[in-house]
Structure formats: C-alpha cells, structure tokens
Design a protein around this ligand. Structure first.
Ligand SMILES: [Zn+2]
Length: 96
C-alpha cells in the first residue's frame, strides 16, 4: 500500500524549477567543487540547473513522507535497542 511507503523516488528533471516554476527544465549539473562532489557521491542530493532561468542548486531525488519520518525514527530506536541488547548478551555470555 502506498501509505506504507517510506521513501519516494523522484526525478527532479520532471519537477518544477524552484526559481521560475517551469516544469521539465531542470537537468543534472556537473559538480563544480569538492564539496559538491562529496555531496553528490554520498547522498541522494544532486546538483541541478534550470535551462530556462539559469537557476542552479541541489535537489533531492528522494523524498520522505511525514509519516515515514516517524517510521524511520521507530526503526532507528529499535535498531539501537537491538544492538544494545545484542552487545549486552554477547558480553554477558562470552565473559562467563
Ligand atoms: Zn528556472
């Protein structure tokens, strides 16, 4: 079901330009510096440029839903708890 989806993949090339609001004018832009290269390689944020108005900036290719953010927090808490318990048991049983 769609409401259970955590992440939505979105191609910014088909979304609105934040500056001139035209649709379908964004295209991938080359990274200009180290910082942009790092961001591009390590995240789902890419550099885009608008053909119409020349706007240039970062757009995310993934969007989180409000509901999904809660789900992610729950997952993180559960993972941390599991990791903590696993560590506890490993230490407890390995040492005795
Ligand atoms: Zn534009």
């Amino acid at each position: 079901m769609a409401k259970d989806k955590i992440l939505f993949y979105r191609n910014p090339q088909f979304s609105k330009c934040p500056s001139c609001k035209s649709i379908g004018t964004l295209h991938r832009s080359r990274a200009r510096n180290m910082w942009e290269q790092i961001v591009r390689k390590t995240s789902f944020i890419k550099t885009y440029r608008c053909k119409e108005c020349g706007w240039r900036g970062f757009r995310s290719t993934l969007i989180f839903t409000k509901k999904s953010l809660k789900t992610i927090i729950v997952y993180i808490v559960l993972m941390a708890l599991t990791a903590y318990l696993a560590q506890y048991f490993i230490l407890h049983y390995a040492m005795n």
